[in-house]
Design a binder for this molecule. Structure first.
Ligand code: SAH
Length: 220
């Protein structure tokens, strides 16, 4: 069964194309590189085998430990808002099962992704290996501290929501860099984009959304 899943990068092509057209393009995502990444990354390989047939539906899905893989549209939306060209180094907070990481890895030079729950971080490592994504570095730690060793980053994406923007993220962002995160109280986040220009921070607000909480401190 495991072999079959690992060899199935090309499987589910039709549902993946349908997902792209009906959920992503229909809602206005138009960045050709993002659309291509969403078409190429085998989302079914990032969820439990029992959920594989649901992988392309228009929703988040459980990935264990009370966490979820984000809805396909939200992954595409956040990726598009980063406006990646291909040369960037990107910090991701909340690896989860590694799906958003895989999409990002097709859009930039290198992804540095942090997950606080070790079982998820390990699972993401296996998923990313099976889907053959090599330009990714993973770490199990508290992502609110960022990843000082590899800073500064051209872009930062958080897949967990909180009521404030961690100061480490802002200081680890390049001048001209972009940060995307769900900001607000639990269950009522707004997707924000922060652009750093010298000492100035320019904030824009986008979709209302609901993400799992950003939890400070090390996990299990
Ligand atoms: N993009 C992921 C979504 C995972 S959900 C995917 O495609 O699967 C968000 C993840 O953020 C969860 O796995 C949660 O454990 C993690 N998380 C929450 N707070 C964190 C923190 N402080 N540091 C690192 N990861 C965190």
């Amino acid at each position: 069964m495991q072999m079959k899943r690992q060899d199935s990068t090309l499987a589910f092509e039709r549902p993946r194309r349908r997902m792209l057209e009906s959920q992503i393009m229909a809602r206005g995502i138009s960045d050709a590189r993002v659309l291509d990444a969403m078409l190429q990354v085998p989302r079914h390989m990032f969820v439990d085998a029992a959920l594989a047939s649901h992988a392309y539906q228009d929703s988040a899905l459980p990935i264990g430990e009370g966490q979820t893989i984000s809805q396909p549209y939200m992954v595409a939306r956040m990726s598009q808002l980063l406006e990646l060209q291909g040369h960037e180094r990107v910090l991701e907070i909340g690896t989860g099962c590694g799906y958003q990481t895989a999409v990002l890895s097709r859009l930039c030079r290198r992804v540095y992704s942090i997950e606080r729950i070790s079982s998820l971080s390990e699972r993401a490592r296996k998923n990313l290996r099976a889907a053959r994504h090599a330009n990714v570095m993973l770490k199990c730690a508290d992502g609110t501290q960022g990843w000082e060793e590899y800073a500064p980053f051209d872009a930062i994406l958080a897949a967990a929501g909180g009521s404030e923007i961690p100061t480490a993220w802002v200081s680890q962002l390049c001048d001209g860099g972009v940060l995307i995160m769900p900001l607000g109280r639990a269950g009522a986040h707004v997707l924000i984009r922060l652009r750093k220009r010298g000492n100035e921070l320019i904030e824009e607000r986008f979709d209302d959304c609901s993400f799992v909480p950003l939890v400070a401190g090390d996990g299990a």
